[in-house]
Write a protein that binds this ligand. Sequence first.
Ligand code: C5P
Length: 405
Amino acid sequence: MANLQGKRIILGITGSIAAYKAAMLTRLFIKAGAEVQVLMTPGSTQFISPLTLSTLSKRPVYTQVTSEESWNSHVELGLWADAMVVAPLTANTLAKMAHGICDNIITATYLSARCPVFFAPAMDLDMWTHPSTAENVERLRLFGNYLIEVGTGELASGLVGAGRMAEPEAIVSTLGRYFRKADTLHGRRILITAGPTHEPIDPVRFIGNHSTGKMGIALAEEAAARGAQVHLVLGPSALATQHPRIELQRVQTAGEMHEAALSVFPGCDAAIFSAAVADYRPAQPAEQKIKKSAEALSLDLVKNPDIAADLGQRKTAGQYTVGFALETQDAEANALRKLERKNMDLIVLNTLEDEGAGFQHDTNKVSLLRKDNKKRSFELKPKREVAADILDELQELAAWKKDGL
Ligand code: C5P
């Protein structure tokens, strides 16, 4: 059971059928020790009565910025709260939040809130998969808000697929975890490499790979949420991230990634190597575009620096390194050899066998193997939760603070 003792939570409820779950959510927040201020859009009151929620939260529910009885200061509310949760979040309110529209008590409070904001979308399958929804979710995430992933299953319309609001228990435990971990990495500096590298063949072509950088970005965001100062060295990725404690440095090649990592590592407490670094690069990239002429073309390749191995050698007492291994056979033995060879403290073993794991997915399934031979295997989970498991393990093996409450 999550501990939210003394935490002040604003719960914003918007007009989705999943609003009926907000009663249970309110009850669970209160049971966990939180104070809950419920805000509702007028639309949501069609699905669940403000009276139910004010009874459960033991506070008046606000449905308007101004009403005949009072003016509800969204600025004061935003300052009062330790966290704001919008659950369920409709496609409509999501779009408003993503674009700064503030035409009701929830959107106005969101815009002036200084606390972390969590959002749990709920909508029908086709609305959820619409590109504008995907873009708005990404915008909200990039503003630093926390997505509570939708579930998959039967929807109110009868369609089956993604779009269900996360269960109230999952929402409460997400907040519990957030507060428990909030400052546990305060004062730590963490270097993270992420994404692919592009090794130029000529001015227009390169050797690359399918890495997206998602896992590394999830690690950076989770470490920053726990209070760490993060230096993220990101290869060419279409993704981005924004957080006041993440310093994002974009690079193209393994050589540039190596140089960037080398220069910040001495001031870091740990380095996590999640990048898929090209092992080889063209020995002499052509200065001009290579013309198509001969039937066959050979490229001379030379080995790239191994960033993890190099920093593993340079590591001093009190510094920790974490790497990844993607193996297709004899996985565990190979991963352990890699951990040893690169002088790592922890290695994350990815499997490609499982649906939804590895490159280009939002989920991953990993085992964590430690230098001291301890091993933990996890289920398929969203990458953000995988990132939390990896940081938990690092914090434990380094004997750093693990729990804040
Ligand atoms: O040897 P392999 O490429 O399988 O090792 C994977 C691990 O080593 C990953 O953590 C990866 O980020 C890191 N690595 C690196 N520099 C390289 C190759 C791999 O940092 N040139």
